[in-house]
Write a protein that binds this ligand. Sequence first.
Ligand code: TYD
Length: 206
Amino acid sequence: MFITFEGIDRSGKSTQAILLHNYLSGIGYRTKLIREPGGTRVSEKIRKILLDKSCKPMDFLTEFLLFSASRKQLTEEVIKPCLNQGVIVICDRYFDSSTAYQGYGGKVDMKIISMVNKISSAGVKPDLTFLIDITYPESIKRKGLMSSSNDRIEDRRAGYFNKVIKGYRELAKVNSRIVKLNGLKPVNEIHNKIKLLITGKLKSLS
Ligand code: TYD
């Protein structure tokens, strides 16, 4: 089973991915937690370029192709072998991030996005995707509570992130595998919902 988490920066998706990983491994499932971009030697190097503030300007299609190259390597080196061995893979971001950030946010042609997403994922599709939905003001409010500085992508303005959020919501409307969850709810309440949905899905697959 392949589970992905999506949402804008500071939506809480990484926290939820870790909680789910701990829960599933705690009840005896073999699980692998990974994040995008990254997860292999090559993908981590590509990640550095993508997030480096000195790598400007970067064309949105260039950016998309770099994310896709990182994804292809991660899929071949980690995701496919794990899934073949029956390991549950939990990935913090996957190709929906590209559709939202480079497609809806960066206006890369959706036909190109869809075609390259198929290639970079080698046909592997998440069984279930959790979209942790928050607003841009909430993301900024949470940022104020943290000390980290912006990376290249976080440097973008409100208009960009509002397009990304809108894009994610549209994706959730047309894809039944994407479950939209209110990221303003308490962490534990969101985790409990995810546990319920996963339990149902695991039952239906067994
Ligand atoms: P990261 O520090 O991992 O952020 P987060 O914890 O929010 O996932 O940085 C990844 C950044 O890359 C994040 O701003 C989202 C962006 N991104 C894209 O624009 N397109 C993509 O396809 C992916 C995977 C990530």
